[in-house]
Design a protein around this ligand. Structure first.
Ligand SMILES: [Zn+2]
Length: 112
C-alpha cells in the first residue's frame, strides 16, 4: 500500500515537471499555468495564474499570428516608426482588421 502511494506521488510530480518545462505564458513567461479546457477545434487551452499578467488564456501554437504578443509589439513598433496600416499588413502578413484592433487596444506605452 505504501508503495502504491509513493509511485502515485512520483507520477504526479513528473506530470507537474512536464508541464513546467514545456508550457510558459507568452506574455509574462510565467510557468504558473494550468490546462484550461479546449478550443472548439480540440486544441488544448491554457490559463496563466499570474495575477499581475494581463493575459489569462493562451494556446501553445496559434493558428493566427495576430494573437501573439511578439507580433502585437511589432505592429506598435512599426506604427511608431511611421508605417501605415497597409505597410504593416504587407510586411507582417496579418489582416488590416488585426492591425487596427491592436492599435485601438494598445494605449499602454503611449501614456507613459
Ligand atoms: Zn502570464
Amino acid at each position: 500500500m505504501a508503495r502504491r502511494t509513493k509511485s502515485r506521488a512520483r507520477k504526479m510530480l513528473s506530470g507537474r515537471a512536464f508541464l513546467d518545462t514545456l508550457v510558459q505564458c507568452p506574455q509574462c513567461h510565467s510557468i504558473d499555468v494550468v490546462q484550461y479546457g479546449k478550443q472548439a477545434n480540440g486544441t488544448q487551452r491554457y490559463r496563466c495564474n499570474n495575477l499581475a499578467c494581463p493575459r489569462t488564456i493562451f494556446l501553445l501554437h496559434y493558428h493566427d499570428k495576430g494573437r501573439l504578443p511578439a507580433v502585437k509589439q511589432q505592429i506598435v513598433a512599426m506604427t511608431l516608426n511611421g508605417s501605415g496600416v497597409r505597410d504593416i499588413v504587407r510586411v507582417l502578413k496579418v489582416s488590416s482588421a488585426t492591425v487596427i484592433d491592436v492599435l485601438k487596444k494598445n494605449n499602454g506605452p503611449l501614456k507613459s
